[in-house]
Every structure is written in structure tokens, then in C-alpha cells.
Design a protein. Structure first.
Length: 330
């Protein structure tokens, strides 16, 4: 990790415990500025009633980051707004590093912590949060593990947003470690996106089956990731480029033909992914790379799509499938 080595961390811990009795001089020996020391003093004075060990650990991790003063200001705002939610006594060893990275690197994620202090408990419960998890299945299993049979779909969607936020925070902390290759971060972000898309597609299908009375016939929608998602190169600010294809057969779903049914399903999936909530939207989805662009149908059969590429596709459109990858669905 990029954080202080064991020796300097111990020095800083000792200094924090003796602020006002020589601790400031100890901190200065580690190269910490007077302004940062003043902010640390302020935090420890105001929030002395909270469990000191977690605050000490967060400060130690924060002091290894270039934007440490900014991170300390965000830590103070968090402690001010979180109230009793900031009082936890048991947590995984990676939690202070995660919080320090969030406060230093992301105003948006810091804001989410401020608006929902209970996220701290979920972050504290993560196992091995700073380990590389490249597989889609890891994120799928974590998301589905908190679903309850028969719960309202609105509650399920809230849980997806919550766990999406938690994993973004975890990956953000890993990204602050200069020893972690950027390829690992991109792979994790891409796998998280795939899992979220897959789970949202299952929810969208369940709602559509209930609305149309067509649960006896499984959908055949295939969701393909293009661009950075297709190449497993996502970053935290990437759009998600998707195209939707369905099977070629002429089957019907109740009163709907295949294209109509699967278009309703794709529209619902896109809404779930892009809808703004208290924790923000899951993703910005771009479907304009489909055949005929924004003016073309949202869903085509696989046969029609490849016929389009063969007869009318531009050069770049024919190259695009080289990076396409199925990310959800049939």
C-alpha cells in the first residue's frame, strides 16, 4: 500500500495520543505541516467522545496522501454529519485506508457518506476490501446476498445502488495505491458494471413478465458492452456503451412480437441503470452506437444487426464488434 510504513505509523499514533504534550513536535519530525497539525488537533478536540482508535487510524492513513488537509476537512464534515453512525468499534483493517482515500480523492463519494452514515457499517463489514476481485460473480453474489424473498422491487433497487456505492468506494481506495496496476482498477470497475447490468436486467424482466403475463417464456435479450466496457477498460467517469440484440425467431410474448417485447425490456433496463436516486444514478448509458445510431430501433435481432453491418455499416461500425463483449442476458 502507499500508506505509512509500520514504524512511521506507530510514531504518528503515539503523537496523536500526546497532542498538547509534545505530540505536535513528533508530528513535525515526520514532515507534517503546521496547518495539518492544527486541523488534526481540532478534530480530536471536537470529537473526543467518538471511538478514538478509528479516528486515529483514519488520520494516519490520511497523512500519507498528498491532499491530506483537504481529506481532513472532509473527515471533519463527515464526523459532524454522521452522528452515532460514525461510532463503530469493530472493522476490517482496510477501512481506515478506504475512508482516507475517499476523503482525499472524491467529493462525490464523500458526499454520499455524509448523506448516509450507515454506509460506514457496510464498509466495515467487507472482507479483504483491498484485495483484487476481478470476477463478475463476486459482485453478483454480494448484491444478491442481501435480497429478501418477496421484497418490493423498489427496495431491491435501493440495495443495488447501495452496494454499487460501497464497491466504488472500495475500488477508489485501491486506486489510491500507486502499487496497484491501473488495469486491475479497470477490470474491477468493468466487472462491477457487468454484475449491476445483469441484476438490473433480471429485475426489469421480472417486472415486465408480471405486467404482461408472459413469465412462461424467458426473454432472449442479449446485452453487449462496447468501447471501454467491452474492452474491460472502464474508469469511474466512463459512460457505458451498450447495444441490445434479441433472437431471430418469430415467437411472441403474449400480445407482443419479439422486437416490441424486447424493446420494452431494454427500455426498462436502461431506466434502472440511469435513473437518479438519493445515491445518484448507477451509470450513464449510451445506446447511440447501435445500428443507424439514435434514429435506429433500440433492439434488433442478431440477424438484422449483422445484415446492417454487411450492407450499410460504416468502416468504424464494422470494426466496433471487435471490442464488443456480451455482458448480460441471453
Amino acid at each position: 500500500m502507499i500508506f505509512h510504513n509500520k514504524k512511521s505509523s506507530k510514531v504518528i499514533h503515539n503523537a496523536l495520543e500526546t497532542l498538547g504534550n509534545g505530540g505536535e513536535d513528533l508530528l513535525r519530525t515526520t514532515g507534517i505541516s503546521g496547518g495539518v497539525i492544527q486541523e488534526i488537533h481540532r478534530i480530536l478536540n471536537i470529537y473526543s467522545y467518538k471511538p478514538p482508535q478509528l479516528i486515529y487510524d483514519i488520520i494516519v492513513s490520511t497523512l500519507s496522501i498528498h491532499a491530506s488537509q483537504n481529506a481532513l476537512l472532509r473527515l471533519e464534515r463527515y464526523l459532524e454529519t454522521a452522528g452515532k453512525d460514525a461510532i463503530i468499534h469493530s472493522y476490517n483493517p482496510g477501512l481506515p485506508d478506504i475512508l482516507a482515500a475517499i476523503f482525499a480523492m472524491s467529493g462525490a463519494l464523500s458526499g454520499r457518506l455524509n448523506s448516509d452514515g450507515t454506509l460506514l457499517g457496510d464498509l466495515a463489514d467487507l472482507e479483504n476490501p483491498l484485495v483484487f476481485f476481478p470476477d463478475k460473480g463476486y459482485y453478483m453474489n454480494h448484491i444478491k446476498s442481501i435480497f429478501k424473498p418477496g421484497e418490493l422491487i423498489t427496495e431491491t433497487v435501493k440495495k443495488i445502488h447501495r452496494l454499487h456505492t460501497i464497491h466504488l468506494m472500495r475500488i477508489c481506495a485501491r486506486n489510491s495505491d500507486s502499487g496497484v496496476p491501473i488495469t486491475e482498477i479497470s477490470i474491477e470497475l468493468s466487472s462491477l458494471a457487468e454484475a449491476v447490468i445483469e441484476v438490473c436486467l433480471e429485475i426489469a424482466a421480472r417486472e415486465l413478465y408480471e405486467r404482461t403475463g408472459t413469465a412462461s417464456r424467458p426473454h432472449t435479450l442479449a446485452v453487449f458492452g462496447l468501447g471501454k466496457l467491452g474492452g474491460r477498460e472502464l474508469n469511474v467517469s466512463s459512460d457505458v456503451d451498450l447495444i441490445y440484440l434479441c433472437s431471430d425467431h418469430e415467437a411472441t410474448w403474449g400480445n407482443y412480437d419479439s422486437i416490441t417485447f424486447h424493446t420494452m425490456l431494454a427500455e426498462h433496463l436502461t431506466r434502472l441503470l440511469t435513473e437518479a436516486t438519493a445515491q445518484g444514478a448507477l451509470y450513464r448509458v449510451d445506446t447511440r452506437l447501435r445500428a443507424d445510431g439514435a434514429s435506429g430501433p433500440l433492439v434488433r435481432s442478431g440477424k438484422d444487426y449483422f445484415r446492417y453491418l454487411e450492407l450499410r455499416g460504416a468502416g468504424w461500425e464494422r470494426q466496433m464488434p471487435l471490442k464488443a463483449r456480451p455482458v448480460a442476458g441471453d
